[in-house]
Design a protein. Structure first.
Length: 95
């Protein structure tokens, strides 16, 4: 039969205690590390989107084209009234 000496038993209990005490901080560290990688990927994607939007703004840059794009989005200049006309395609078919 295998018998442990008291010093080995005490050392084994100490190792088990240390492992138990480090379990929670280790899990917290790993979870935080995963969140950091996820946020880093999110920031990278947002930076790419920002660069893409800046390129789009640079392309639209001219005043007339910018106004056309704003009108397409339904934006109006201050003081203007927005009129929504429906059925234009039907009217065009008849005329």
């Amino acid at each position: 039969m295998f018998r442990l000496k008291p010093t080995r038993l005490l050392a084994l209990a100490g190792v088990a205690l240390v492992a138990f005490l480090y379990w929670k901080p280790t899990q917290t560290y790993l979870r935080t590390n995963r969140e950091l990688h996820a946020r880093t990927a999110e920031v990278r994607a947002l930076r790419e989107e920002k660069a893409q939007l800046k390129r789009r703004i640079a392309q639209v840059g001219s005043g007339g084209q910018l106004v056309r794009e704003a009108r397409r989005l339904g934006l109006v200049k201050p003081g203007e009234q927005l009129f929504i006309v429906r059925g234009i395609s039907t009217w065009r078919k008849h005329h």
